[in-house]
Design a binder for this molecule. Structure first.
Ligand code: 5GP
Length: 129
């Protein structure tokens, strides 16, 4: 996998790794799927539960998605993230959602994805400088 940060101003690349996962060209471990979203285990988990939730249509980043996706799709995607957490039984103990955008955000894969992490105390959000 390329570790080059995503340029969030570039057009969507349908050959990115998550597009290939959506098309079934690359295997993934499915956690949840509906009309709007696909959720699968992160290949390099940093928590006991580390799931990636992605919209089925191609958007580079949160910026792209929030600007261009129809309201129905945004609602469907956000509801799907909540459904995944409930399906995994994470609501009572809590969990963390992260979305990285572009170079400063640490985004590597140019298809918007929400990291859903749980199963342990996550600790502080960021280490103070
Ligand atoms: P980002 O830094 O872009 O927010 O996070 C990308 C995430 O995608 C990383 O946590 C990384 O482990 C995960 N990832 C990268 N390639 C693959 C893959 O081929 N399969 C799966 N399941 N996860 C991947």
């Amino acid at each position: 996998m390329s570790l080059t940060p995503v340029d969030p101003t570039k057009p969507y690349d349908p050959e990115n790794i998550f597009a290939k996962i959506l098309r079934g060209e690359i295997p993934s471990t499915k956690v949840y799927e509906d009309e709007w979203a696909y959720a699968f285990n992160d290949i390099a988990p940093v928590a006991p539960i580390h799931v990636l939730v992605i919209p089925k249509n191609g958007y580079v980043s949160w910026d792209d998605f929030s600007e261009k996706a129809p309201a129905e799709e945004i609602a469907g995607f956000i509801r799907a993230v909540g459904k995944v957490a409930r399906q995994l039984g994470l609501v009572e103990e809590g969990y963390r959602l992260i979305n990285n955008i572009g170079p400063n955000g640490g985004q590597i894969v140019p298809h918007i994805h929400v990291h859903l992490m749980g199963g342990r105390v996550m600790g502080p959000m960021l280490t103070p400088e």
